[in-house]
Design a protein around this ligand. Structure first.
Ligand code: CO
Length: 134
């Protein structure tokens, strides 16, 4: 059911510093910062030949990644995103097998203007999984 690894997301305490590090130290192709108010984050995408890295920094007081950064002050891997062809079919299949979908279970529009859902990390070996319909 899942397809390509769309991106790995890394929560960072300083988005400008992290973007500069990827651009200048690692020599990566770093995109512009985009605010995602619906998700409470500012993101920077880094294009790699086979996937992307999504740097995430909190946006607003209620950002869902604030707690993560409180526990991991130097940042850390926050989630992985897998592509699916049909997000509602994927959701229904997962829920039928007991997996928990975060929020109200309805897809939201993600950073790539595509529908996304998140799966509970406790159901997946401690890994927060994002599904994105492509
Ligand atoms: Co993501």
């Amino acid at each position: 059911m899942i397809g390509r690894l769309n991106h790995v997301a890394i929560a960072v305490p300083d988005l400008d510093a992290a973007a500069a590090q990827y651009r200048d130290m690692l020599g990566a192709n770093v995109g512009p910062a985009q605010d995602e108010p619906d998700h409470g984050v500012t993101v920077v995408f880094i294009d790699l030949p086979n996937t992307r890295i999504e740097l995430l920094a909190p946006l607003g007081a209620a950002s869902p990644i604030r707690g993560f950064l409180d526990k991991n002050p130097s940042g850390g891997i926050h989630h992985v995103c897998y592509e699916v062809d049909d997000i509602l079919a994927a959701r229904d299949r997962l829920q039928a097998q007991g997996a928990r979908v975060l929020g109200d279970g309805e897809p939201k529009i993600g950073a790539h203007r595509k529908p996304v859902l998140f799966l509970h990390p406790k159901d997946f070996n401690g890994t927060l999984i994002e599904l994105e319909q492509v």
